[in-house]
Design a protein around this ligand. Structure first.
Ligand code: C5P
Length: 255
């Protein structure tokens, strides 16, 4: 990201990242149109990219002034990770995820250098518990491995971590203030939980120290996606104790 807005504190609206979990670009575009200027930040993941046309959509979103989180969770030999990261940096994306293995993170930092692309480490997938880690051969449980990887990510120069809201308070207390915490598993009060297990409301996640919230179905499956997004932005603003002054909240005569 090269614009000056990347270096100032994000507005409440910029702290909401809507996950474009759609089967194809046409469906994703329909959603983007419905959300209008109610959403400033979108996450594009494997489903959309592997379905074809995802990178073109990312470039169009960036050109239209939106922020994009490319959630491709890179992990390979360092040379491949470095070069793949450099390719994604050219798209103008804001965030990219890589698995939080030290070798992988170092390669991604090298690939992103000079671009403004921010890197997020995926510490431990939220679908894994202690027994999954033991089965995979790890000597650490989820908590200890998350802490270890957060420390390594900061030392290597990764910008932040994707973590469950359940880990946000613990990480906020132990990580540098500038180290970004991005939490999925967010559910407004009364929303369908779906397959998420460790969830928090938007207000709780922000109060616990999350910098950005990733929200999918509570917005994308809502009868009125834009109204659902607006309600979350209001909840973020209230929890952060700030007034949202972004375009969609400006008085109509100022837009
Ligand atoms: O629909 P929902 O709000 O559950 O979507 C959450 C989004 O965050 C999905 O795109 C999912 O892939 C992503 N995610 C997650 N848990 C993680 C990492 C990413 O739910 N640990």
């Amino acid at each position: 990201m090269t614009d000056a807005s990347a270096t100032r504190a994000p507005t409440p609206r910029e702290r909401l990242i809507v996950a474009l979990d759609a089967p194809d670009v046409a469906a994703a575009q329909g959603l983007i149109v419905r959300l209008g200027d109610g959403v400033e930040f979108f996450k594009v993941g494997m489903e959309l990219v592997y379905g074809g046309g995802g990178f073109g959509l990312i470039e169009r979103l960036v050109q239209s002034g939106k922020r994009v989180f490319v959630d491709l969770k890179l992990h390979d030999i360092p040379n491949t990770v470095e070069r793949a990261t450099a390719q994604i940096a050219r798209l103008g994306a804001f965030f990219l995820t890589v698995h939080a293995y030290p070798q992988t993170m170092r390669a991604a930092v090298a690939g992103a250098r000079g671009s403004g692309l921010k890197l997020l480490g995926v510490s431990v997938l939220t679908s894994c518990d202690d027994s999954d880690l033991a089965e995979a051969g790890y000597a650490f449980g989820v908590g200890a491995l998350t802490q270890r990887r957060a420390a390594q990510a900061q030392e290597i120069g990764v910008d932040g971590l994707v973590a469950s809201p359940a880990e946000a308070a613990m990480l906020r207390a132990t990580c540098a203030a500038r180290f970004l915490l991005v939490t999925p598993g967010v559910r407004p009060t009364g929303a369908d939980v779906g397959d998420q297990k460790r969830i928090a409301t938007p207000g709780r996640a922000i109060a616990d120290g999350a910098d950005y919230l990733v929200v999918g179905r509570p917005v994308t499956q809502a009868a009125d996606p834009r109204a659902a997004a607006e309600a979350i932005v209001r909840e973020i603003a209230a929890a952060a104790g700030v007034v949202d002054a972004s375009p969609a909240h400006a008085p109509s005569w100022k837009r």
